[in-house]
Design a binder for this molecule. Sequence first.
Ligand code: SF4
Length: 480
Amino acid sequence: MPARVTGWALKRLLDCERRLWRSEHARGSDAPRGDHGDVLGEKSRTLEDQVAATLPDLVGPVWAPGVPFADAGAETARLLHETTHAIRRPVLMSADGGSSATPAFLLREGAAVVVRDVRLAHHPERSRDSRVRSSFAGWLVREITGLHVTRLEIVNGLGEIVELEPLRDGELQSLVERARELLGDSSEPDLLLAHSHCQDCEHYAHCWDRAEAERRIEVAPSVTRARARLLHDEGIRTFDELAARTPDSFRHRDLRANAFLLQAEARAWSTSRPVWLKAPDLPRGRTPVWFDVEADSDGLRAPVPVYLWGLAVEQPEPRFEPLLAELTPEGDREAWARFVARALEVFDDHPEAVWVHWHDAEPMWLDRYITRLGAPAAFVQRIRAPGACFDLHRALDRAVRLPLRSTSIKFVARWLGFKWSNPDADAAWSTAQAHRARETRDPVERARLLAQVASYNADDLWAMRVVWNWLQEQARAQGS
Ligand code: SF4
């Protein structure tokens, strides 16, 4: 029997058709779920418990450990037919067994039904995936029982109930049919999404290593999906073919307009060497202060948005200074005050200091904290002075194209030989450790988790230093 179309399969379908295909046909090849996924799973269960506590006349969970899925489906149908109880963890299974959904709750309003799900996102109503999954559950309620579904609701991560607009049946039907095809005998979709989308996917290595081995143009960061289609239309499938073309040979105006950068990237890939656009332009005669913050992925909604302010002043010799926040609002204020005081000392000792960061998160957090918690005028004036902060990623991007899937610090510094002490650590991992540290009651465990975060932050600083030194050498070699 072909695999059943579930709400989860529809979510996968919307995320990536190839991911859905592989989830069925290449099971077991998945990379394990990371800490961040576990933390989200725990939070989701807590939110569901909170919602359950507000519902009178609730039965279930119907689908619980040890209960066969089909039995849970039969019990859900019985409860819907014979009672008006609210049901936790129902199983909605179509008569032919080919479709199923497991929303968090089904509520009753007289003879009618309300589907209520939970999502940690603050605006789940804006995501198509939420609409599709809830509509699918509502559609199955109608199919199984003939009962009217009055509303689709979601309790969001703020605990608010929001209503979802149902999908049209025809649209839902097309998605179900496409999912059924992919779960059936179809061949693996020849699809590669953007690197930022793919990097957390369990099939990342499979898709990207294969694409790289096939020398596909899609591995180059500036080849978006739209551009990949244009290039395919012009008969170009590999970066070697792209590198060999002349700019005026492109028919499409987007390709002609961007030929210089596209071909520089293609040449970098084709030769496995950097292709210089111009000599690197780094500030001269200044003292670099390596600067990187660890910020909560919930942003300003988090109780402690920045839980670590990391810096290292290059002279007289670089020394890592992690300014960690106690994970409370008072700790947040106190860490910011310590950071500001230390930054003022650095400016006093090195009036020509330049705060080197990667991308624009650090200036953004400085602005946000100045607004939220305030800072002395001397600090604001000096940190906002022109040239006080320097985006090393932008300097790299203006100077060179590299044979890399991404220009994140992880890719660039690794390519230059730098090794992170924890190769699996990333921003999501860091936030997951901070959340665990906040939740544990064991001070030793909290200190251990935060020490790991600090070590990761230190590595990010030293990675930037490696990139800076490499660009500086190149600038010298190119005589600028
Ligand atoms: S790595 Fe990307 S293209 Fe491959 S299955 Fe995952 S999301 Fe889809």
